[in-house]
Design a protein around this ligand. Structure first.
Ligand code: ADP
Ligand code: MG
Length: 689
């Protein structure tokens, strides 16, 4: 099919410049067609150059009167023309005589178009954009202007795209009826977007552009969902329906009841797990919303049904903390819990692996150590991934590969705007926990210059007398690791001197057991001030901590700040967060801190972060896997495309349900859509699935 041919099949893409064209346009004809104009030029047709103004882009017919080759090498080549009223010169730098003589033979008429200039009392058109034989082509309408790269002119790109447009094959319609009614057909849409007549035609909301953007998003969402469905088809069979004995025991032993958000997330999970299809569910809940407990209850359901469960977490500290918190609840409900991290080696590790294989362990909590190749489960029924954004898809797959398509529960506190969510997790079902456990005290956030450090220290002194536990966070980034570390150590030394025995320091360079020891002393020991680099960022839960001080807060991303602040306000005492900044604060930096001061809503913070940074690097985590869309560029138009994205997601799910093998006539058209957008794999899966 023509649209899937390499762009070299188009006029104007020679082998020499092929790499350039491929980089700019993509490798296939379809890709070139998705390169949309970003602007347009009007070429006014004039009878004579005297009717135009200098600087205007005009089209005029002139008779070639004379050629004036350069008098010496560095001069220009001029061709003088006459339009019936006035002479004007076409000017060429490095003009080749033979080429220009064929292009502009003496005493013939030529249609010439370009930017008109006035120089030394003469009209000139330097390097005209077009020189044609009159009547051959219309050069009167507006022309599209494309995004370019060095080495390729707008004229080249236009020619290539025109060559593709002149050969568009008729395509079957893949839109549903409602959308087919309101948007142009694919062919028309493509023609329209490449022939803008006015600035309005460049708007992302024209029906033609909307349609092409929707197509792109639908292809993406459909391929995600088909691939997922294929996995599910294989995963038939494991229904983790249970009597819920342990779940009930845990709920009874809790000193509090679940929040409505936890309840409803849990209901979603229970339903998914009981169904024979593989669960793939993401829980989005702000920091402190109580996701760990939800995970535990889900794991209890798996154990009740006779399976094992695994909880994968990103850091050692967090693994230890989770295991410690879950241990009493597991004991109360008759579940055997084990912890496995990179620190467990040799005999200890061998014992755990053995027990896991024999189903002597019901729940394993651990870091990457639990996805190593030699770790085997007897019967893994549920894989929970905490702080999901810290892991890649491959790690998730490494864990689920250890069971026979176990249910998957992913959890994240990093709220992402809806559009990005769909791009990442379009195949996942999502539950939100929007509330927090009752009785939480609000956190007061203050923004202060570092120069007021003395006041801060005095404040700490007062707080310590009332028994407060304090986090003191120093930035540490790879690029300036040594210096940052030195600064953290220095801060620790200064605070130790002021408060002997009360300050502890944790950072990534410490040995694991050293870290543990200090964390332990902070949780219930003499250490009241924990100086830390961002190792505490993820998930740590010390309910008695009520003060968070972040030094050089301007160096942190919004999400990191939000995560860090989420470490306090977990108990029942009022909490305070101090954001200390250095005076060299950029406008964006100031804006960030101001947002932190104003809101505690993680979702709002995520939206603001997206606005401040663009979608490329979001919330402290590089969203490397984010697909790039050529038309639906939602960083520039989040509202328009966000809505379209949600629509595509919904439609893709419906299609997967109604026609999972894409075999109806519309289904076949959709297969074509997938292959045009380079997602033929998904179409293939749908057939074999
Ligand atoms: P996150 O969602 O950030 O992972 P955690 O699971 O660490 O939050 O929970 C934060 C704290 O809230 C924990 O100390 C946990 O025991 C407590 N918690 C969880 N659910 C409730 C609840 N329904 N009522 C009161 N406290 C709760
Ligand atoms: Mg957590």
């Amino acid at each position: 099919m023509f649209l899937r041919n390499p762009i070299t099949s188009l006029q104007g893409v020679g082998s020499k410049r092929r790499p350039l064209f491929e980089r700019l346009l993509g490798v296939r004809v379809m890709d070139a067609l998705m390169h949309l104009p970003c602007d347009l030029i009007h070429r006014r047709f004039v009878e004579s150059v005297t009717q135009a103004r200098a600087g205007e882009v005009v089209t005029v017919i002139g008779e070639v009167i004379s050629h004036t080759p350069p008098a010496y090498p560095r001069k220009v080549y001029a061709v003088t023309c006459f339009d019936g009223r006035c002479f004007f010169d076409l000017v060429f730098f490095h003009g080749k005589a033979s080429y220009l003589q064929t292009l502009l033979p003496l005493h013939t008429k030529r249609l010439i178009s370009g930017k008109l200039e006035r120089f030394q009392d003469r009209w000139k058109i330097p390097h005209p954009d077009h020189i044609e034989i009159p009547g051959e082509r219309q050069l009167r309408g507006p022309e599209p202007v494309y995004p370019l790269t060095t080495g390729i002119t707008n004229k080249c790109v236009t020619r290539v795209i025109q060559s593709a447009l002149s050969r568009l094959p008729p395509l079957p319609e893949w839109l549903d009826e409602e959308k087919a009614q309101k948007w142009p057909r694919w062919n028309e849409a493509v023609q329209q977007v490449h022939a803008p007549q006015t600035q309005q035609d460049l708007d992302p909301q024209t029906p033609a552009r909307l349609r092409l953007a929707y197509d792109e998003l639908l292809a993406h969402q459909l391929s995600l969902n088909l691939t997922r469905r294929r996995q599910q088809v294989k995963a038939q069979g494991a229904s983790l329906r249970s009597v819920d004995r342990r779940k009930a025991q845990i709920l009874q032993s809790l000193p509090f009841s679940l929040t409505p958000g936890q309840e409803s997330a849990l209901a979603d999970i229970a339903r998914d797990m009981a169904s024979p299809q593989q669960m793939l569910r993401l829980i989005q809940g702000d920091v402190g919303s109580g996701k760990t407990l939800v995970a535990l209850l889900a794991m209890a359901q798996a154990v009740d049904a006779g399976f094992q469960a695994a909880l994968l977490v990103p850091t050692d500290i967090l693994a230890r903390q989770h295991a410690a918190k879950l241990a009493p609840l597991c004991a109360a409900s008759d579940m055997r819990l084990a912890l496995l991290t990179g620190r467990d080696q040799g005999k200890k590790r061998a014992q755990i692996l053995e027990a896991l294989k024999d189903q002597q362990i019901d729940i394993i909590v651990g870091t990457h150590a639990i996805i190593q190749e030699d770790v085997h489960f007897a019967k893994l029924g549920l894989a929970v991934v905490d702080e999901q954004h810290r892991f890649g898809v491959n790690q998730r797959l490494a864990l689920t590969g250890k069971g026979n398509n176990p249910d998957v529960l992913a959890m994240t506190a990093t709220p992402i705007p809806r559009t990005l969510m769909l791009a990442h997790y379009g195949d996942m079902d999502v539950s939100f926990i929007r509330d927090k456990p009752a009785g939480r005290q609000p956190i007061e956030t203050k923004v202060l210059p570092l120069s007021r450090l003395d006041e801060v220290v005095a404040g700490i002194e007062r707080a310590l007398k009332t028994g407060a536990k304090i986090y003191w966070v120093c930035p540490l980034i790879e690029e300036s690791e040594a210096m940052d570390l030195a600064a953290a150590v220095e801060r620790w030394a200064a605070l130790s001197q002021k408060f002997p025995g009360k300050a502890g320091l944790v950072h990534g360079k410490l040995k694991a057991d050293e870290k543990d020891a200090i964390m332990g002393q902070f949780i219930n020991g003499p250490v009241d001030i924990l100086i830390a680099t961002t190792v505490i960022e993820v998930g740590v839960d010390v309910p008695t901590a009520s003060i968070m001080i972040i030094e050089h807060a301007e160096r942190f991303g919004l999400a990191q700040l939000h995560q860090l602040r989420g470490r306090i306000g977990r108990g029942n005492q009022a909490s305070i967060c101090l954001l200390l900044y250095s005076p060299a604060l950029t406008a964006v930096g100031r804006k960030r801190l101001e947002i932190m001061r104003q809101t505690h809503d993680g979702f709002l913070i995520a939206e603001e972060d997206l606005k401040l940074r663009g979608s490329g690097e979001l919330l402290g985590t590089k969203q490397s896997g984010l697909p790039r869309f050529r038309i639906a560029d939602f960083t520039s138009h989040p509202d328009v495309y966000g809505e379209l994205f949600a629509m595509a997601n919904k439609d893709a799910r419906r299609i997967c349900q109604e026609d999972p093998t894409l075999s109806t006539p519309r289904g076949q058209a959709l297969q074509l859509l997938l292959s045009l957008h380079g997602r033929a794999d998904a179409a293939k899966y749908s057939r074999s699935g």
